[in-house]
Design a binder for this molecule. Structure first.
Ligand SMILES: [Zn+2]
Ligand SMILES: [Zn+2]
Length: 253
């Protein structure tokens, strides 16, 4: 009976998303406000000019943490202190105007942008060989307080779309964030790692699984490392990080 009522419960996020899709044809470009016309057709909320200015991440990089390296070899940090995750896939650098798009998506609930962002994540999966394809995926866990504050978990919205189009199983509560740590902006990797001790927990056995974790931005990789460590302690054999954007020193203002 409870299940039946839950099904009847009004889903505000979904309704909002649906309205945005209905209105999508008439809304201007999210970034430059150019109106949608026959000559200026928008793709997932953006005009062609703005799509071209997105900071696609094209240079060679460390396969494990996605920092730039010559010829795509492992970087010095991963050679000395390897993170608990094994691979990072990132279509973008965290730079203008992607940072603005992500802000709109996360804080202004522009969920229509999720299509564009999820599509760029999906193209990363096509670069993987069949043996490198994860068996199961999850979103970077967000503390319940933050979900209530924001109304949705942006990483989970992206993960849902990736799951729908890739067919990779999605685990929604396999790992949870039990500590609501303060915002980590401006902290270095060591401080962030210290801050995140005990922040994540799992009660699920992950024996032999190759798990993929979806998130929006990887800054130092401390959160990804903390989740991957918990999953590996619970038996996971491999963890792949799928993030929209990687923060690079060269993009710092
Ligand atoms: Zn535009
Ligand atoms: Zn590295």
């Amino acid at each position: 009976m409870k299940k039946f009522y839950n099904r009847l419960k009004f889903n505000h996020t979904l309704f909002y998303h649906q309205c945005q899709q209905w209105l999508g044809a008439t809304l201007p470009c999210v970034l430059c406000d150019a109106p949608a016309t026959a000559r200026n057709q928008l793709q997932d909320g953006l005009c062609a000019h703005c799509v071209a200015t997105l900071p696609w991440y094209t240079s060679t990089r460390c396969p494990q943490c996605a920092l730039p390296t010559v010829a795509g070899t492992l970087c010095g940090i991963c050679l000395q202190h390897a993170p608990a995750f094994d691979r990072t896939l990132a279509p973008f650098r965290y730079a203008y105007p992607l940072n603005r798009l992500l802000h709109q998506f996360k804080y202004h609930q522009q969920l229509a942008l999720g299509n564009l962002l999820a599509n760029s994540l999906l193209t990363q999966l096509t670069t993987l060989a069949a043996t490198e394809r994860p068996q199961i995926m999850m979103a970077m866990p967000m503390h319940l307080n933050r979900v209530k504050e924001r109304g949705f978990n942006h990483a989970l919205e992206l993960a849902k779309q990736v799951h729908q189009h890739s067919g990779i199983a999605l685990d929604i509560e396999g790992c949870i964030r039990v500590l609501d740590t303060p915002t980590q902006a401006g902290m270095d990797m060591k401080t962030r790692t210290r801050n995140l001790r005990g922040a994540f927990a799992t009660h699920k056995p992950w024996q032999g699984q190759h798990v993929m974790i979806v998130d929006d931005v990887m800054t130092t990789g401390a959160s990804m490392h903390a989740v991957a460590r918990v999953l590996k302690q619970a038996g996971a054999t491999r963890v792949t990080a799928l993030v929209l954007a990687r923060t690079l020193k060269s993009d710092d203002p």
